[in-house]
Design a protein around this ligand. Structure first.
Ligand SMILES: CC(C)(COP(=O)(O)OP(=O)(O)OC[C@H]1O[C@@H](n2cnc3c(N)ncnc32)[C@H](O)[C@@H]1OP(=O)(O)O)[C@@H](O)C(=O)NCCC(=O)NCCS
Length: 154
């Protein structure tokens, strides 16, 4: 298994995993689990982001198959903050058959190292409160809660 920066040729497989990710983590109570809607949402942004130099994707590859990926981007123009740049980790996905083997941590570490090399001092992400595996993964890497988004039906 190797972890490497994604290439253009990987985008098809990443897009497929991205769709499975969206289907897996969407909250049933708020999102439509409709594959056609998600497909429309996910694909264009992936292809657009890949071309943007502020974006970064890493993949975990085994036997020429992508078994996991992590994507993020560098946020700038943070007018109200002391820090001018933040490394935002937007998504991470490991195929169910390869989970609990440390792959999630490896992908996270790779993307954090990438941001560090760019002299970025803060990494940020958001997580759905019902996503315990991801929450625990982030905690195991030193991420701390610093805000909560609240929602109610009205
Ligand atoms: C979250 C996810 C990436 C974790 O990948 P993974 O390869 O299984 O993670 P690791 O093996 O590196 O686990 C690292 C740590 O995360 C935590 N963790 C991972 N899966 C967990 C689970 N199901 N329950 C509780 N803690 C979990 C543990 O603290 C674990 O450390 P440990 O093994 O020493 O206990 C994977 O479950 C996944 O792809 N989920 C669906 C997509 C998703 O939710 N992405 C995040 C939002 S974009």
């Amino acid at each position: 298994m190797i972890i490497r920066q994604a290439k253009k040729q990987d985008l098809k497989q990443i897009a497929e995993l991205d769709l499975v990710l969206a289907m897996e983590i969407s909250r049933k109570d708020f999102f439509k689990k409709d594959e056609t809607i998600l497909k429309k949402m996910e694909k264009p942004y992936l292809y657009r982001d890949f071309k943007n130099k502020n974006n970064i994707f890493f993949v975990a590859e085994e036997k020429k198959q992508i078994i996991g990926f992590a994507g993020g981007h560098i946020k700038t123009n943070l007018k109200f903050f002391k820090i001018k740049k933040v490394g935002f980790i937007r998504e991470i996905y490991v195929k169910p058959s390869h989970r609990h083997k440390g792959l999630g941590q490896k992908l996270m570490r790779e993307i954090i190292r990438y941001f560090k090399n760019k002299k970025i001092k803060v990494a940020q992400l958001t997580v759905l409160t019902n996503n315990q595996p991801a929450f625990k993964l982030y905690q195991s890497l030193g991420f701390e809660e610093n805000r909560k988004k609240m929602v109610r039906r009205i």
